[in-house]
Design a binder for this molecule. Structure first.
Ligand code: H79
Length: 595
């Protein structure tokens, strides 16, 4: 681009004072390729497809350090502390001498996961810091040999899981290992590139073998940051897992297109369903490992809302908690997990064993399906207690609220199902409506039902684009806390992004736009068009990007009259005479206004 739009740097070591920041290319290098070319066959993948909700646990020496080193606090993901603070290997290893997590209680963790309604646990057995949280003959840098604790928590957790009927998966960092000269990622102690093949042969493969032979059935090995690992190495790892435990699944971060299912980006919840088996992985606050300074907890409603949206796209949700150096799961996480579990106890049939929803995304929420049954998840309750549903067809047999079985009054109007919602059945987390209908109209193009009484977010991936394209922006706020947004990008002169909408209640609607506008594009003229009406407006600068952080603004554009029921289109056109690389639109927001 060369026009000031290029993201300058990622904020890796900026706060360390002087160390060179990393270029975007380094980032691609660390993530590596993580799309899968294959999906596990139906038999091996069956549990994964049905189980939907798992607990991720990041626990290691970094939990003891908790984001602080030498009197300095490092915001962001705490498990990266060793690299961020450039801690020498021997000093970091000194943490092991203080690591004595006497509060660790495997049965309690399993009980908590079960109470949350989760069906599986994935725990870090070795993160990038190289420290094995299990007894290992392949490296003495492990919890049994190097800490006063001297117990094997992986063994205890495996027993507790097998007793408690929870599947157990192992996180294993196969590429980065900051403890080893031959592992990747430690360029402060080992500036020369080591012999990665030797690391793989002498540490990673033997440890993976230990994990797959000493702890009973393993549901999955969860690899991370494939980096520049070769296709042969990825394949060899994959084969080793299959040979030792044929039923064990492998995620796509093994690299090079191998693996049984796709892991999306850290903290990424998509708007459009990916193909095949996939998972979103997420944190309860902003870090994976425990950090004393991070109290940015998601509410139960946010967590359950994400689970629902992911389930509606046929994916799994793996939510992380970070136990502290004493082995205790933070109170806030335990509380949220129990509350999420209460919701799932009432509404779990709408999540577990369902497939992606046949009824398209709406302003009120989304759906999941099973043969002949569709569950509507109301995340945004309409002000007038009236729910409009498009795409159900005319074969509806019954409409009930899930937890009480209460039959709800409904009728069809212009091909839309209208349901009267009883306010007393409103669940502050999400209300689920169960619809029995043999055949639903398959939605091909998303035509957005402009819902009265709720803000309608017309998202970038559902727009019809001319002269512009769909893009993605990703950035970190503090460090390692990823944010992902779909945008309409690459605007040519005269380009348009428009959404097909269906007006069900004529009236006045306020239209807003949410976008990033770099200084070069400040005050560029755009036009909002609805039917034959065109409203000119300027887009306003959101500031430049600092450390790659993206900032959006939500601006009112104007009020439009939508006087006729039925199909129409709403969109914006770029009136600039030259291409606009510095403007990115996330969404239009359309809401009914009382006049
Ligand atoms: O375990 C959690 C994270 O620690 C781990 N994945 C989740 C599940 C993770 N490891 N690496 N990453 C996530 C990607 C980090 C990439 C970056 Fe960088 C860190 C980009 C910028 C800083 C290293 C330095 C790679 C490029 C520059």
């Amino acid at each position: 681009m060369g026009d000031g739009c290029a993201m300058p740097y990622w904020s890796d070591e900026l706060s360390a004072g002087g160390a060179p920041p990393f270029q975007e290319d380094d980032m691609a290098e660390m993530w590596g390729e993580s799309a899968v070319r294959t999906t596990a066959d139906a038999e091996r993948g069956a549990w994964f497809a049905a189980d939907r909700f798992g607990l991720f646990i990041h626990w290691g020496l970094y939990s003891q350090a908790a984001g602080e080193w030498g009197g300095k606090r490092w915001f962001g993901i705490s498990e990266w502390l060793m690299r961020r603070a450039r801690i020498p290997v021997d000093q970091y290893a000194g943490l092991a001498g203080q690591f004595n997590p006497v509060e660790f209680d495997a049965d309690e963790w399993v009980r908590l996961a079960r109470e949350a309604g989760m069906r599986y646990i994935i725990i870090t057995t070795k993160h990038h810091d190289g420290f094995a949280m299990f007894s290992s003959s392949a490296s003495a840098f492990n919890i049994c040999e190097a800490t006063p604790f001297a117990r094997d928590p992986i063994a205890e957790l495996a027993d507790a899981c097998h007793r408690g009927g929870i599947r157990l998966g192992f996180y294993y960092s196969q590429f980065q290992d900051w403890h080893e000269p031959d592992g990747a990622g430690n360029d402060w102690n080992f500036p020369e590139r080591g012999d990665f093949g030797r690391y793989l042969r002498e540490k990673a493969l033997p440890q993976i073998e230990e994990l797959l032979t000493r702890y009973g059935p393993v549901a999955m090995i969860w690899f991370d940051t494939p980096g520049t690992i070769s296709a042969e190495d990825s394949q060899a790892l994959y084969q080793r897992v299959r040979d030792l435990q044929p039923g064990c699944l492998v995620n796509s971060r093994i690299g090079n297109g191998y693996g049984d299912y796709a892991t999306l980006g850290d903290q990424e919840v998509p708007l459009v369903a990916p193909d095949g088996l996939w998972e979103s992985i997420d944190t309860h606050n902003d870090t994976w490992g425990f950090a004393t300074a991070d109290h940015d907890w998601k509410s139960t409603k946010e967590v359950v809302g994400r689970l629902i949206r992911i389930a509606s796209m046929g994916g799994n949700y793996v939510l992380n908690v970070g136990p502290d150096g004493r082995g205790a799961i933070p109170q806030a996480s335990a509380k949220m997990l129990r509350r999420a579990g209460e919701w799932l106890k009432r509404n779990g049939t709408s999540i577990f064993g369902t497939v992606r929803g046949a009824i398209p995304l709406h302003a009120w929420g989304c759906s999941t399906s099973r043969p002949g049954i569709h569950y509507l998840h109301i995340l945004n309750w309409p002000e007038d207690d009236t729910l409009w549903v498009a795409g159900v067809g005319d074969q509806v047999k019954s409409v009930r609220e899930l937890t009480t079985g209460a039959v709800l009054p409904h009728h069809l109007d212009q091909g839309k199902l209208i349901i009267a919602l009883p306010r007393e059945l409103r669940d502050p987390i999400a209300t689920v409506i169960e619809i029995a209908a043999e055949r639903v109209a398959a939605a091909t193009v998303q035509s957005w039902l402009l819902h009265p009484g709720i803000s309608n977010c017309l998202e970038a991936p559902f727009a019809v684009l001319e002269g512009c394209r769909l893009g993605k922006v990703q950035w970190m706020e503090r460090f390692g806390d990823w944010h992902h947004t779909d945008v309409v990008d690459g605007w040519q002169a005269g380009a348009t992004a428009a959404w097909d909408i269906q007006v069900v209640r004529p009236g006045s609607y306020l239209v807003g736009a949410e976008y990033e506008c770099l200084p070069e594009a400040d005050e560029t003229e755009f036009e909002l068009s609805v039917g034959t009406v065109c409203l000119p407006f300027p887009v306003l600068c959101t500031g430049g990007r600092f450390c790659g952080r993206v900032r959006f603004r939500r601006e009112r554009v104007g009020v439009v009259q939508l006087d006729e029921c039925g199909q129409t289109s709403i969109g914006i056109r770029c009136m600039s005479e030259k291409a606009m690389a510095c403007f990115r639109l996330c969404r239009l927001i359309v809401s009914e206004v009382d006049w």
